[in-house]
Design a protein. Structure first.
Length: 718
């Protein structure tokens, strides 16, 4: 009998393209066992093919590709579609009609192709979100025209506005309403981080539409800045960023898009998910305020680099900064390598700002500052090297702003014209080369700068030195406020972990558990169902067994970064489910306890927990497994206290720790529930244009309600 040959994916797509009986054709191949395999690699190729065909305008081929993939394995296809972003309208300049057509076709045949409910929900969200496409496309087209119209001045003028948000001019103060909105994370507040993201998008769009060149570093449009032209450009770019963020939320997290009278609303499938995300950012902000207050208390003890820069300006400012009145009245920066300047930069001691920064970073890394500052963030570049580079720019910018802040009738104009110094590449190499070797200087410049010719993703807070040809613009407010070490680590895909050693977060948690009487075992390895299984921490106390999965990753600053964290948490949940099934297997516990040297005992409970280094998802549950933050858990075990509302409260039931306290901490009735109960729903609305608006269902923290609830539930001890 002659063997039947399976058609290639491409041949199968061609065979069903435009055919009404496409399903009959595919079923025929299935019956004849002539379908290609439905592996992840095949579905990944199909997801990429959908994207490439839509880019070319070949909607019929894209639809046929989606049908083939969904017929082979709908859940895997849509997983790859979400991972690659093939159904994101922004990838097609918001020409969303073809996406709606494909999603509608798949949804129509969902029963025949056995598409699961969760995937049908995703397809419906794509259809709903596509309704914003026409107005979003008009918004983008209008913005492109504005960029083309002001191509010589737009980026630098917008950069002036954004840089002022990071380091305001002497006459630029926030209103009380702005300060409150920023403090409590009002989603409709145009924060400096949102402005920086908008500037990053505008820069990328300008490069795509016109191209960046040195002529764009010369002038700003003072009239346009005053009249609000560039503020409106930033606002428009922010709207596009919000649309893009919404797409990432739909693709990567448990969110849905639903039609509402005002347009489209994005909301979490479970309120607790969004609450845990929002609370995570609030807790980070609270922690940063505490650390900043501690740094301020040290102000009289340890001198800061900014203090030295101000003194330097008062004594030698004319050698660093000069006022030029022709052809335009402005300040220009010169960086003479004076001995006093070189000595300050080369001083091996840490200045106050650096000490606070390193201390905070060491705490987050569960390690010591001495270890941290010698870690490499790139080849032959250490944490201390990046801090030293930032020291140079902080010193220079502080002295420069001292000049800009001097009382002057033309102060506002001088600030606009002067705050973005432009340096030839050779000048920056020379400056950095005075403190590093030439190879190191070149590498540091590359790590901190964005060159549009590289084709990389641009975020001005990660790479604040912007290259235009052979010139660099230095947005000094952004540059000195950015977390350069974190930016370099993120772009290099590196983490601050011991080489070849165990995770310090895991070690710290194991010690905290041991200190409260737990029997603890780390990195318990076994082989289950043909696969390796490793349990990060196994702990038992008074017949209560707890399985921990530890995930150590950065605190995310955007939905894109949050995706990595969520993937880690999802993976942790799957690992815990495997571990729990194994431990609950008859005879396993007895054998395991003997292997670990623990006394075999009757267990009262078995609990699980995903422990994360950052605060996002704290209080959420993944497949019934609670998610908790490592520092918080460490504090609960060691002290059982929480500092809130300028007071200290006890989280334990009594003065001493008990396993009942910890079990409650891991339950849905943990102290975090007190926060969640004080986070009512809010809706933020963002007009896109025409009659369309993008809404987000958020949750805000009511401080007064939290204060009442805290006093009712917990004992105040200080």
């Amino acid at each position: 009998m002659k063997a039947t040959t399976c058609p290639t994916i491409t041949a199968l797509i061609s065979e069903i393209k435009g055919r009404e009986n496409w399903l009959v054709i595919l079923c025929g191949h299935k019956d004849a066992a002539t379908l290609p395999n439905s592996s992840g690699k095949t579905q990944q190729e199909l997801a990429k093919m959908i994207h490439s065909e839509l880019i070319r305008g070949r909607v019929g081929t894209a639809l046929a590709s989606a049908r083939v993939g969904a017929f082979l394995n709908p859940s895997v296809l849509l997983r790859e579609v979400r991972r690659t972003g093939s159904f994101r309208a922004s990838k097609y300049n918001f020409q969303s009609e073809p996406l709606a057509k494909i999603a509608s076709a798949l949804l129509k045949d969902s029963t025949s192709m056995k598409i699961e409910d969760v995937d049908c929900q995703y397809l419906q969200s794509i259809i709903n979100f596509s309704g914003l496409g026409p107005d979003a496309s008009k918004l983008r087209v209008k913005l492109v025209k504005e960029l083309q119209k002001y191509k010589l001045t737009a980026i630098k003028s917008c950069m002036v506005l954004v840089d002022r948000r990071f380091r305001p001019a002497a006459t630029d103060f926030k209103t009380e309403a702005e300060m409150l909105a920023e403090q409590y994370g009002d989603p409709e507040f145009f924060s400096r981080e949102k402005q920086a993201a908008a500037l990053s998008l505008l820069t990328s769009m300008m490069h795509e539409v016109v191209g960046l060149n040195e002529s764009m570093t010369v002038f700003i449009d003072e009239k346009g800045i005053r009249s609000g032209i560039f503020e409106h450009m930033l606002l428009a770019a922010n709207r596009i960023n919000e649309l893009r963020d919404a797409e990432v939320m739909l693709d990567c997290f448990p969110y849905v898009a639903e039609k509402v009278p005002e347009g489209v609303r994005i909301s979490a499938i479970e309120d607790r998910f969004e609450q845990s995300v929002k609370l995570g950012y609030i807790q980070v902000d609270m922690q940063q305020r505490v650390r900043h207050a501690e740094e301020q208390r040290e102000a009289d003890v340890i001198k800061g680099i900014r203090d030295h820069a101000r003194e330097f300006y008062r004594q030698l400012g004319s050698q660093l900064i000069q006022r030029k009145r022709q052809p335009l009245d402005r300040y220009i920066m010169k960086i003479p390598l004076l001995p006093a300047f070189i000595d300050l930069i080369n001083d091996p001691r840490l200045y106050r700002e650096e000490l606070g920064y390193l201390s905070s970073m060491a705490t987050d890394a569960f390690n010591q500052m001495e270890w941290l500052e010698t870690r490499e963030v790139a080849k032959n570049i250490t944490v201390r090297d990046i801090i030293k580079a930032q020291r140079i720019f902080t010193f220079v910018s502080t002295a420069f702003f001292e000049a800009l802040d001097q009382p002057d009738p033309e102060g506002n104009v001088l600030d606009m014209r002067s705050r973005l110094p432009v340096f030839p590449e050779q000048s920056l190499r020379k400056l950095l080369g005075a403190f590093f070797g030439s190879e190191q200087a070149e590498q540091i410049l590359k790590l901190l700068s964005f060159d549009p010719r590289s084709g990389d993703y641009f975020d001005i807070q990660y790479t604040p030195l912007l290259c235009f040809g052979s010139n660099f613009i230095l947005p000094m407010g952004i540059l000195t406020s950015s977390d350069l070490v974190r930016g370099v680590l993120y772009r290099q895909r590196k983490r601050l972990l011991p080489v070849g050693g165990s995770d310090p977060m895991q070690v710290s948690l194991a010690k905290a558990l041991t200190s409260q009487g737990f029997s603890v075992a780390c990195e318990v390895k076994t082989f289950v169902d043909g696969r390796d299984l490793e349990i990060d921490i196994l702990a038992v106390l008074d017949g209560n067994l707890i399985i921990f999965e530890c995930k150590n990753s950065f605190h995310p600053c955007s939905p894109q970064e949050m995706r990595t964290n969520y993937d880690h948490v999802l993976k942790g949940g799957k690992q815990l489910s495997r571990a729990l099934n194994w431990i609950e297997t008859a005879g396993v516990r007895e054998e395991l306890f003997k292997r670990l040297g623990w006394s075999v005992q009757q267990l009262k409970s078995i609990k699980t927990c995903v422990v994360t280094a950052n605060r996002l998802f704290n209080g959420y549950s993944i497949d019934t497994h609670p998610v908790r933050q490592a520092h918080e858990m460490h504090n609960f075990l060691k002290e059982g206290k929480i500092f809130l509302l300028n007071s200290e409260f006890r989280l334990w039931r009594k003065e001493k720790f008990s396993i009942q306290d910890f079990n409650e901490y891991l339950s849905e009735n943990s102290y975090l529930k007190t926060f969640f109960d004080c986070m009512p729903e809010t809706i933020s609305t963002h007009p896109i244009g025409g009659k369309s608006s993008l809404q987000f269902k958020n949750f805000g923290l009511e401080v007064e309600a939290l204060e009442r609830a805290t006093y009712e539930r917990f004992v105040k001890i200080n």
